[in-house]
Design a protein around this ligand. Structure first.
Ligand code: CUA
Length: 158
């Protein structure tokens, strides 16, 4: 084997070992985990959970405060379309019954992972009315690129 080939091979193997080492460090030594206060949920019980068995938008204070319960599963979100008014406080609760999914509202800074076993909570509000695309940005299988939903932000009432 040419010595340059050998050098490159050594370098490539070294990189793989370094990457695995970094992952192992954060996983075991640094204890990087979802936040301690994250609510734990059995992914197999979503269909009987009061919030996630009927995913929906709840109007807490009309025009001002909303809660959105959403299920992210292979390969869609439920509900597929949600509507909230501009400027209102919106709290998303997301859960997955199968694998890890992403939740990204395109054109905003709303972005989170939905990890089976945990409830993902996102507090946000949308200043501008319009239609937003929600996409999964965590590879979740062969239908990953079809996984999307629609967010409609209506004009606020004032
Ligand atoms: Cu769900 Cu990718």
């Amino acid at each position: 084997m040419n010595r340059y080939e050998r050098a490159w091979l050594f370098f490539a193997v070294l990189m793989v070992v370094a990457f695995l080492g970094i992952i192992a460090y954060f996983n075991f030594a640094a204890g990087l985990k979802p936040p301690q206060e994250a609510e734990v949920i059995d992914p197999l019980t979503l269909s009987t959970d009061e919030r996630f068995s009927s995913p929906r938008v709840v109007e807490v204070v009309p025009g001002e405060e909303y809660e959105v319960y959403m299920v992210a599963r292979m390969w869609s979100y439920y509900p597929r379309e949600i509507e909230v008014p501009a400027g209102a406080k919106v709290r998303f609760y997301l859960a997955s019954p199968d694998v890890q999914h992403g939740f990204h509202v395109v054109g905003t800074n709303v972005q989170a992972n939905v990890i089976p076993g945990y409830v993902t909570v996102i507090d946000t509000s949308f200043a501008r009315a319009g239609e937003y695309l929600i996409v999964c940005n965590e590879y979740c299988g062969k239908g990953h690129h079809f996984m999307k939903a629609r967010l409609i932000v209506t004009e606020g009432e004032r």
